[in-house]
Design a protein around this ligand. Structure first.
Ligand code: SF4
Ligand code: FES
Length: 322
């Protein structure tokens, strides 16, 4: 007989949910859904150990638990704090949180260039969304910003280190999906950067997934760079029988041409099934795919422009949730 798991009750912005023990505040909020879900720039559910790096998901715990109702003195990272029975949490209903999030965005933008007009990630960039919702009009930073040359890492991936927010998602992706450690974060503090040691090419079968997990435009697909703004393309669900991955993808079409192939992402921008490089980079003919139909796009996403198939809104995000 299976043992009954005692559920834990947590209230977030006045909405109550019952979750399994060990659930983080962020995932409890996702079970409620809607605009109370904190944004997450480094946490990525499919990647073990991710989270705790960017602080965008900070929330206020106004009641610790039923047993110990004292509030937590500092804001906590919701992606790495587990819920307690009777816990009460404030996200968008807390002025402290909104103010702190504004500060986090200002920090993230210290070195990140405002090159959205020429960046391939525009329209599907988590930082663009965050800056839209919480960004200040101007930066107070007066020092020299970090500068890096663009680096080709392998045949298909371009690294713009100036855009990187050091979320570590690509490092976890490489560590967890490929047999060899491919790259990592070199140096520390404001000298930290993504590196491959002497710019070794990342040529593993699943390494293309680093492009999909990167929340900003630091890792881009060289086969799609500067081809089109993403909102001018038509996303279609498609599949193929592939012996390396699930073969379930989104084709980003310009007319009848396949401009880009990506994995499918859920409402939080997280990949549902990682795909192999062959599907991503080599299958660019319509005859390679079974087209399932238009991809449902959240109507708040800029990508939904001119699309009739729309997914229900799931998140506060205004520009991006394809
Ligand atoms: S390159 Fe992208 S995914 Fe990798 S650490 Fe930087 S922002 Fe994160
Ligand atoms: S998403 Fe929680 S710290 Fe980055």
């Amino acid at each position: 007989m299976s043992e009954q798991i005692q559920k834990i009750t947590v209230t977030i912005d006045g909405k109550t949910v019952q979750v399994d023990p060990g659930t983080t505040i962020l995932n409890a909020a996702r079970q409620i859904g809607g605009n109370i879900v904190p944004p997450a720039m480094c946490y990525y559910k499919p990647l073990k150990g991710s989270g705790g790096k960017c602080r965008t998901c900070l929330v206020e715990v106004s009641k610790g638990s039923e047993k110990d109702p004292r509030p937590m003195p500092k804001l906590v990272a919701s992606c790495s704090t587990t819920v307690m029975d009777g816990m009460e949490v404030k996200n968008i209903s807390s002025e402290r949180v909104v103010d702190a999030r504004k500060g986090v965005v200002e920090f993230l933008l210290i070195n990140h260039p405002l090159d959205c007009p020429v960046c391939d990630q525009a329209g599907e960039c988590s930082l663009q969304d965050l800056a839209f919702e919480h960004g200040a009009d101007a930066s107070r930073y007066e020092f020299k910003r970090r500068e890096f040359d663009k680096i080709d890492i392998g045949d298909y991936i371009k690294l713009h280190m100036t855009r990187c927010i050091l979320c570590y998602r690509c490092v976890y992706t490489a560590n967890q999906l490929t047999p060899n450690r491919e790259h990592g974060v070199l140096k520390r503090g404001d000298a930290a950067e993504i590196g491959t040691y002497i710019e070794n090419s990342l040529d593993n079968d699943f390494i293309g997934n680093v492009i999909d997990v990167c929340p900003v435009g630091a890792l881009t697909d060289k086969t799609f760079r500067f081809r089109s703004r993403v909102w001018y393309t038509k996303p279609m669900d498609a599949s193929c029988s592939c012996d390396k991955c699930s073969g379930k993808v989104v084709l980003w079409m310009i007319g009848n041409e396949i401009a880009r192939v990506t994995a499918r992402k859920d409402q939080y921008g997280e990949v549902e099934d990682f795909i192999c490089n062959t599907c991503r980079f080599d299958k660019k003919e319509l005859s390679d795919w079974n087209i399932e139909g238009p991809r449902k796009i959240n109507r708040h996403s800029v990508i939904s422009t001119n699309h009739y198939e729309q997914a229900p809104p799931a998140h506060t995000t205004l520009l991006n949730k394809a």
